[in-house]
Design a protein. Structure first.
Lengths: 255, 445
């Protein structure tokens, strides 16, 4: 990363816009600011933007709409990574943000250092990972079906065949959602580590193997003859089942 | 000395009505029966005596031959008259019988007597009155069909008991209906009030029924409506405040980064951490009061294991023992949040945390124990109050907001569960969580 990464900050609060730009520039990033969708469009036309920091709560066109429109527009800017800032910590916002195509989210008020770390992580991930590891879009659905399980991504728990909710620890959830985002694709230990740490900056002293074995246990997957998460010798692990989106509840609005 | 007095209104009303009605019935029955007997019998024999007196007066004025003819013509209708002295077989009527007195009263100038005549094969003995006419001739008057001793004794015990039982049964049944009619709305209201405590969004009470009940139910529904408005207003205010604080806190966090003094910057960020925690917890507290996400079956064993894994990932030490086996019916994130708060509290105040889960007939019991200094007995309940600060102010030192336990209790109550704290006999503070085992409708006291 010899060249300076160029960040576009879209936020209706002028103070936050300015302060954020100052802070990120101090960290060695190049910043452009935009107060609304119109300014954002102009900035995208004038500069080659590496990442957009987008506030979700804005008067007029909000962050979700801007994100969706950008992704739908096509052309090079359509693939720009987006880090969404949300004022509410609601799960719904988080899920919606990801569904609309954001690469990560952060709840306001955030610690500036964390924002910087997330920006770095998203940039690294989008550049370092081979294109075939782009997350499948279905990973952002509310409910996913695989093997005999359903994953409720809002409440972050599994539902077994009899409808009983089976809780997951934070680490298990992160690991499982990575596998579900890349069904039938072999993931090396390094890639898994990269994907996990890029997502959450938590300290992980537990090895990938241990985490996989715990996850298998939780899924009732036989450790010797696993059928859900299989071991690929000398390569890594693969989610060996199909993943499908459980029919979305159309009655639930996207307000 | 106080008499044993039933506790329930139902029993009291039943007792008052039953005992009262029975006393009234018994008294009126006794009065009615006694009086009727006395008056009826006296009147009967008075009129008989008067008739005999009149007959005697007539006979006084007739000659012996005329008397026979008159008796033949007239005297056979009701009273059988005979002009001869009584036979030896007659027995004197006891003085307790009303007839001798009636005869004496009707004919004070004559000598009178009364006898009974037992005849085999007849149901009653015949009563015979004897009156001397003016010329000394004895007049015998036989009164057929009147029991010799019209003695009304106590009825047969069997019949009496049956009648009494029917009466008591009837009165009891009616009383039960009436009292139930009066007290059932009260129990319904008590149920509604209890349910309201758990869920302010419950459906309003049925307002049908008698006027008073309907009015009370309407008043109750109005109160529920106001409570709901109050709670949602409080939530709205808390949510608005915490939401609007987020922008200035974000700005402050960014401004703090402009401070070159690293130590000062760290302290400002620390203060902001505290503010942010308060804002977050305030919002969580408001939501814990009126968030109504649907319940679903939860595998509590896997939930506890997941929580322990999360806690170990945080670098905390804790142990888990026991298994539940049966699913719990509740809202998963609420239960998770509540139990996490307790684990976090235990770690903050007492280092190692031990979790023991067990099933009782009606409830699932989760005990979360720390190994800290515990709490003074007087504080065990107070710490559940929002923003309650211990005198030792250890909350502040450990960065708590004073809302954690209040949120936990609200969340558990919304799941029909309960929580209390106690000092473990072997040291440390223990939180005891009880969750209903069967469905969401079982109530945990």
């Amino acid at each position: 990363m010899s060249q300076q990464d160029h960040i576009l900050i879209v936020d209706d609060d002028r103070d936050i816009r300015g302060l954020l730009a100052d802070y990120l520039e101090k960290q060695g990033l190049r910043c452009t600011t935009a107060a609304d969708g119109r300014e954002m469009k102009t900035a995208l036309e004038q500069h080659r933007i590496d990442l957009i920091v987008l506030d979700i709560m804005m008067p007029g066109e909000d962050g979700l709409t801007l994100c969706r429109n950008l992704r739908a527009a096509g052309g090079p800017p359509a693939n720009t990574p987006i880090l969404m800032l949300t004022a509410r910590g609601d799960d719904m916002d988080r899920i919606l943000g990801l569904e609309m195509g954001a690469d990560d989210y952060l709840t306001k008020p955030f610690v500036p250092r964390e924002l910087y770390a997330r920006i770095r992580a998203v940039l690294r991930r989008t550049r370092a990972l081979p294109p075939n590891l782009d997350a499948a879009p279905l990973a952002h659905a509310r409910e996913l079906h695989f093997a005999q399980w359903r994953l409720d991504t809002i409440n972050r728990h599994l539902i077994d065949a009899t409808g009983i909710a089976v809780a997951l620890s934070g680490a298990e959830y992160r690991m499982l959602s990575i596998f579900l985002s890349h069904p039938q694709k072999v993931l090396s230990r390094d890639q898994l580590m990269e994907l996990i740490q890029g997502r959450e900056a938590d300290i992980f002293d537990r090895s990938i193997d241990l985490q996989v074995s715990r996850l298998r246990q939780r899924l009732g997957d036989n450790a010797r003859e696993p059928s859900i998460i299989k071991t690929v010798r000398n390569e890594g692990y693969v989610l060996a089942t199909n993943v499908s989106v459980v029919t979305p509840d159309t009655s639930r609005g996207t307000s | 000395m106080t008499l044993p007095w039933p506790r329930s209104l139902f029993a009291r009303l039943m007792l008052i009505l039953l005992v009262g009605i029975l006393i009234v019935i018994a008294a009126s029955l006794a009065l009615f029966v006694g009086e009727r007997e006395r008056i009826g019998r006296a009147a009967l024999f008075d009129s008989v005596a008067q008739e005999i007196a009149a007959t005697a007066d007539v006979l006084d004025h007739l000659s012996a031959a005329e008397r026979e003819r008159w008796i033949d013509e007239l005297g056979r209708r009701r009273l059988r008259l005979a002009l001869r002295p009584p036979s030896e077989r007659l027995q004197a009527l006891p003085d307790s019988h009303p007839l001798p007195a009636a005869l004496r009263a009707a004919m004070p100038g004559r000598s009178t007597a009364a006898y009974t005549h037992e005849r085999p094969g007849m149901r009653h003995a015949v009563i015979v009155a004897l009156v001397n006419l003016a010329d000394g001739t004895p007049l015998q008057v036989r009164l057929p069909g009147i029991p010799p001793t019209p003695h009304i004794g106590p009825p047969e015990p069997g019949r009496l008991l049956a009648a009494l039982a029917a009466l008591v049964g009837g009165v009891g049944l009616l009383t039960w209906f009436a009292v139930r009619l009066a007290t059932r709305p009260l129990s319904r209201m008590a149920d509604a009030a209890r349910a309201l405590g758990e869920d302010p969004d419950r459906a309003p009470m049925d307002i049908r029924g008698p006027t008073e009940v309907s009015q009370a139910a309407q008043a109750f529904n109005q109160m529920q409506q106001r409570i709901r408005e109050h709670v949602s207003e409080r939530t709205r205010i808390l949510a608005a405040i915490s939401h609007d604080l987020q922008t200035p806190i974000t700005r402050l966090r960014l401004r703090a980064e402009l401070v070159d003094d690293e130590d000062l910057r760290a302290r400002i960020q620390g203060d902001l951490d505290g503010m942010q925690a308060l804002v977050r917890e305030g919002l969580a507290y408001a939501r814990s009061l009126n968030e109504a996400t649907p319940a679903q079956p939860i595998d509590l064993d896997s939930l506890l294991e997941a929580l322990c894994d999360d806690a170990r990932d945080m670098g905390w030490t804790l142990s888990l023992s026991g298994r539940v086996g049966t699913p719990l019916h509740a809202q998963p994130t609420a239960v998770r949040r509540a139990l996490w708060n307790l684990i976090e509290n235990g770690v903050k105040f007492g280092g190692d945390v031990g979790i023991i889960v067990s099933t009782k007939p009606d409830v699932i019991e989760i005990r979360i124990r720390d190994h800290g200094p515990g709490l003074p007995e007087s504080e065990l309940e107070k710490v559940f109050e929002p923003f309650y600060r211990l005198e030792t102010s250890r909350n502040r030192e450990t960065g708590g907001t004073g809302l954690g336990l209040a949120i936990t209790r609200n969340l558990l109550r919304r799941q029909h569960g309960s929580i209390r704290l106690r000092n473990h006999p072997d040291g440390g503070l223990e939180a005891i969580v009880l969750m209903p085992r069967f469905g969401a409708h079982a109530h945990v006291p």
